[in-house]
Design a protein around this ligand. Structure first.
Ligand code: ZN
Ligand code: ZN
Ligand code: FE
Length: 765
């Protein structure tokens, strides 16, 4: 039989994941000649050989691609016959018009882990060991194509040994851009103040001693600094909270292995998979008895602990088990209060100088700041609280080909999104745009994403809220670059995001349950308890929580006692509730001022927020009257709910309004009858689930729609999301919920993007 030639183009996450060495070894195995190269499209291959051998090669590559690759398209075409002598890996070329996805950072692979703890290996205990299957990627990329000179490893020339591995097609480190060893690569040191206490091999043993002694350590990791201490040491944890100015918020934890984590938390098979995955996120887990005691220190008011496994070689050496060494380390982001996580040594020494007793530093620069991702499992699917390391900048596939758009996202938990071709690039978690540092990080990250994905936005989408810094950025840029600007209502964007990530293909409407904290409404009120009929390009607000006063705006958000009293006054229930907790928190004068404010409406926005309803009810029943972080009261309320209570309060729906007066009256009457708080909380949670189902049923009767999209920050409440999905299914609905992007505001930019694309007809087949 005569030999043939075929061309193969593979697109997706195919660079930096060991694709070319795999192609090379398959070509050798099937005695094929030709070449493979990285282009700006992806990986391109030309094959010459027997037709059967070519076919088997193609099957092998499709069925057994490199472990970390994600193939989005695989095209095979005929090529003119050309008898190549050998099979070769040829140099990358770059076409500036093309682009491709960039791999996220990858957890240490089993091969590297074996070498890390093998005394005879030349990288024994070397904290930067990596190969084509693992190691830093996105966090070190400066430019594309992904080649060493375009990463922060450019400043570390390869030693002869590493050079040999890097250029040997049959080596696991062939073209591993971050390849390094103790001779030529980055190194670590332990620093206290200006003084270097220990270097290289001695740095980690010294750091471990300090951690065991209860010290707080700032350590430079993959995408930024962590602050670490012994999670069992009350004093160290309390000191960390004080110095970091972080009162009640839970800390993320790290242990050496799963066996240790299991002592403190229940780990299901799906959760184990997530913990062990190459993304290695923080996974929110239910407590064991031992975990309860630990949570009292590191995660007050939580029924859960957020654990992760080590994900860099440095973590493995730092966490390694031994006698009298902490089993669990707090590993919280290295920042002051709500500022962005610190990434540079000098900056760390200044900004974290008053928090950390010592610094474990290294000299590999971090190009992109990236936080740990935080996930849980809902009905066997991942559920994002924060999407960052390991996931960003993986694109969300779009249902159709799109033009280039920038969506700037929201104020809290900001992410932004950019579209090109079949991809939406949702950025990693940027943070709350409430200070200059975070705003700068936001602007820098937009520029970086535009560069590495070669996207020049032809349109900008933003939240309706006129005061959001993200909206202002969008407005200024639209003017400066003369671009069309599309303003998208917050809850509409939430529902669009849920549709997009579920692959909803056309601009057909669904029922949307947007239960949320804060979003600017089309009528300028603060929305958040919204039941919509929505499609990508538009929405109708069908039902919403009746408006309640928010006297003084943010003051009442921080002090839910004020909310509780304002709601009671509005619903004419003050006389029934006399003597309850919020009355004792505010003195007579404060109460009078508050009631006047509600009466006159002075500086009192109106809100239909579901998040605020949770806050007010938690305060009413005696939980926090003042909170130190967003959602603290809702988290507490969820944590005390009795899992076995099935009874429920009732919301009443009148016209488009969901009335709250009956709900408050039922709760007050339960409080007076000394019903337990666990039961009251459970009945309230059940009522919110019932409201969602009943409203969906009403809308189905009116519209015949049968798909229900669930989005908004309130759905981070695990009891609510876990309960509503089976209830909707039982009622014959098709529920859609989030599993690729957060249900909170971290997913909104994706929805803005889709709404802008559909509204302007820029989605094309
Ligand atoms: Zn490896
Ligand atoms: Zn080397
Ligand atoms: Fe929201």
């Amino acid at each position: 039989m005569s030999k043939i030639n075929k061309r193969v183009l593979v697109e997706g996450i195919v660079q930096g994941v060991g694709f070319r060495p795999t192609v090379y070894s398959y070509a050798q195995r099937h005695a094929l000649t030709g070449w493979v190269l990285n282009s700006a499209h992806g990986v391109e291959i030309e094959l010459h050989g027997e037709p059967d051998a070519v076919d088997t090669f193609i099957c092998d590559l499709q069925e057994k691609p490199p472990h970390m690759a994600q193939i989005h398209s695989f095209q095979v075409t005929d090529a003119p016959t050309h008898p190549f002598e050998t099979f070769e890996i040829i140099e990358s070329f770059d076409d500036p018009a093309d682009f491709m996805p960039v791999s996220p950072d990858l957890n240490v692979c089993p091969d590297c882990l074996g070498e890390l703890f093998e005394p005879s290996d030349r990288r024994y205990r070397y904290p930067f060991i990596n190969c084509t299957n693992c190691g830093p990627r996105f966090s070190i990329v400066k430019r594309i194509p992904y080649d060493r000179p375009n990463t922060s490893m450019a400043e570390f020339p390869l030693c002869p040994d590493c050079f040999g591995e890097y250029h040997n097609p049959s080596d696991r480190r062939f073209h591993a851009q971050p390849v390094a060893c103790p001779v030529c690569g980055p190194h670590i040191w332990l620093q206290v103040g200006d003084k270097i206490e220990a270097e290289r091999e001695t740095a980690i043993p010294s750091a471990r001693q300090m951690l065991a002694d209860g010290k707080i350590m700032a350590l430079k990791g993959l995408g930024g600094f962590h602050l670490a201490c012994d999670a069992h040491n009350n004093k160290a944890v309390a000191e960390l909270r004080l110095r970091k100015r972080r009162s009640g918020k839970p800390f993320a934890l790290m242990s050496f292995d799963l066996e240790t984590i299991r002592q403190f938390a229940e780990v299901s098979a799906e959760e184990e998979e997530l913990l062990r995955s190459t993304q290695a996120p923080v996974v929110v887990l239910d407590l064991t008895e031992r975990g309860r005691a630990l949570a009292a220190i590191v995660a007050p008011d939580q029924n859960t602990l957020g654990f992760m496994l080590p994900y860099t070689p440095l973590h493995y050496i730092l966490l390694e088990k031994s006698d009298n060494y902490p089993e669990v380390l707090v590993m919280t982001s290295g920042n002051l209060s709500e500022e962005p996580i610190v990434t540079e040594n000098e900056n760390a020494l200044t900004r974290l100088g008053k928090i950390a007793d010592a610094f474990l530093l290294h000299d590999r620069p971090i190009e992109t700041r990236i936080d740990d991702s935080v996930l849980t499992k809902i009905h066997d699917l991942p559920y994002f609280i924060r999407r960052a390391r390991g996931y960003a900048p993986l694109p969300i596939p779009l249902p159709m080909k799109a033009s280039t758009v920038l969506a700037t996202g929201t104020h809290l938990k900001n992410t932004f999104a950019l579209s090109r071709d079949h991809y939406a690039f949702l950025s990693h978690h940027i943070g709350d745009l409430e200070n200059q540092e975070t705003l700068i990080a936001f602007e820098k990250a937009i520029v970086h994403y535009q560069e590495i994905f070669r996207i020049k936005p032809g349109m900008i989408a933003a939240d309706l809220h006129p005061d959001y810094l993200a909206t202002r950025y969008a407005q200024q840029r639209a003017v400066r670059e003369n671009l069309p600007l599309v303003m998208v209502q917050h809850h509409h964007a939430h529902i669009s995001a849920c549709l997009a990530e579920n692959g909803w293909k056309n601009d057909e409407p669904v029922i949307g349950l947007a239960f949320d904290g804060t979003g600017y409404g089309s009528d300028s009120a603060i929305w958040g308890g919204e039941i919509l009929v929505a499609h990508y390009s538009g929405f109708e607000r069908r039902y919403h929580l009746e408006y309640a006063p928010l006297p003084g705006g943010d003051v009442s958000i921080r002090k839910p006692a004020r909310l509780a009293l304002a709601y009671l006054q509005k619903f004419g229930l003050l006389h029934l509730a006399e003597g309850l907790a919020p009355f004792n928190y505010l003195d007579e004068i404060e109460q009078q001022v508050l009631f006047n404010q509600v009466n006159t409406g002075f500086n009192t926005p109106q809100t239909s927020s579901m998040g605020r309803l949770f806050d007010a009810i938690a305060a009413l029943i005696g939980l926090y009257q003042e909170i130190s972080y967003e959602a603290q009261n809702a988290i507490k309320l969820e944590s005390i709910a009795d899992p076995d209570v099935e009874s429920s309060y009732q919301f009443a729906i009148e016209g488009s309004q969901i009335l709250l007066e009956p709900l408050f009256a039922q709760i007050i009457s339960d409080l007076k009858a000394n019903v337990s708080l666990a039961t009251i909380s459970a009945r309230f949670h059940n009522a919110v689930v019932n409201l969602g189902v009943q409203a969906a049923q009403r809308l189905r009767a009116e519209t015949s729609l049968n798909t229900v999209a669930i989005s908004g920050g309130v759905w981070q409440n695990r009891r609510l999301i876990n309960n509503i999905i089976p209830r909707l299914k039982l009622a014959g609905f098709v529920p859609l919920w989030h599993h690729q992007v957060p249900t909170n505001d971290g997913g909104v930019a994706l929805g803005q993007l889709l709404t802008a694309l559909y509204q302007t007809g820029l989605m094309k087949e």
